[in-house]
Design a protein around this ligand. Structure first.
Ligand code: ZN
Length: 308
């Protein structure tokens, strides 16, 4: 790079050189960590190390219709909607001990790993759903009846991720943790596909939740436990063999919510559910998707063994 080279030419040449080094010659260490990993220990931009976490549950929440929240003469209402909505959702992620929280404009995501990660994520998601429908939007409508239709849309996915801070070396304010892998991306697509006050869960996460009676079946109010709490749903923006999902429209029951939340967080899974109600849950379409997935995995294993 010479001094008389124009700024832009020099910048692009330098970037080209860096991309070449990064893609071909850079040292990359991937270090696998377990559930005890702390987000404070995510390596910085200057480090060559990426952390691999085998099972991260991502909860994305996205405010419906936020592009219609105007500025200009609506400055005050818009800022209050952002502050009350976003702070409420983030506080919920925090209270359910999300291991990492990122705020992005009108929403954000919480990541959960380690002990009770799935249970904490589910309870946070249902609480955001409850807050959205029963508190945030109710108060908003009372204050500004003409406010655009809004409320939180929530998505959950889980899987392996790689993480590291990326950005300008040695300038912390220009670095962000980057979560490579499906969890954040898929859960964001689930949230986008939801309507307000809905929680959309991918099939791999549902595989865990369906084994928990406190999650899979409704409470004993309104005619007793039923398997109608979760409904089949397709997320068209996900890859073809991963589109089958389920959606929850209800928040916590006003009567049973607190005890159900405690039970789930304490790792309890079994309730007295009649066999006929259990059978209805087996009729869900998501079951075929899970069976098909199990069959694909069986064939993959078989093919691998065939090679040997
Ligand atoms: Zn109830």
């Amino acid at each position: 790079m010479t001094d008389d080279e124009p700024f832009l030419t020099a910048l692009l040449e330098s970037l080209d050189e860096e991309v070449n080094i990064a893609l071909n010659n850079s040292v990359v260490n991937v270090v696998e960590k377990d559930g005890n990993f702390k987000s404070e220990d995510i390596p910085s931009s200057s480090s060559d190390t990426w952390i691999k976490l085998p099972d991260v549950v991502s909860v994305v929440c996205d405010l419906k219709g936020s592009t219609h929240l105007g500025t200009g003469k609506h400055d005050k209402s818009t800022t209050r909607i952002y502050k009350s909505g976003v702070e409420g959702a983030v506080r919920i992620l925090h209270e359910f001990e999300a291991d990492f929280i990122d705020i992005q404009g009108d929403g954000g995501f919480g990541l959960f790993w380690g002990e009770h990660a799935y249970e904490r994520a589910l309870c946070a998601a249902v609480t955001i759903r409850t807050f959205s429908g029963e508190h945030f939007v109710k108060r908003l409508k009372a204050r500004w009846p003409e406010a655009p239709e809004t409320g939180y849309k929530v998505g959950i996915h889980a899987g392996r991720t790689l993480v590291k801070r990326i950005g300008t070396r040695k300038v912390v304010s220009e670095q962000e943790a980057v979560w490579a892998g499906k969890p954040v991306n898929y859960s964001a697509k689930c949230a986008q596909s939801a309507d307000r006050h809905q929680v959309v869960v991918t099939q791999s996460v549902w595989e865990r939740f369906k084994q928990n009676d406190y999650i899979a079946f409704s409470c004993d109010c309104h005619g007793g436990a039923s398997a109608n709490l979760w409904k089949d749903k397709s997320v068209a923006t996900l890859p073809a063999d991963e589109q089958d999902a389920v959606v929850l429209e209800a928040g916590w029951c006003e009567t049973c919510g607190p005890s159900f939340c405690d039970a789930i967080m304490n790792g309890e899974t079994k309730r007295d559910i009649s066999e006929s109600v259990r059978q209805t849950s087996n009729k869900m379409k998501i079951r075929e998707a899970l069976n098909a997935k199990a069959e694909r995995e069986r064939l993959r294993r078989q093919n691998r063994m065939g090679v040997w």
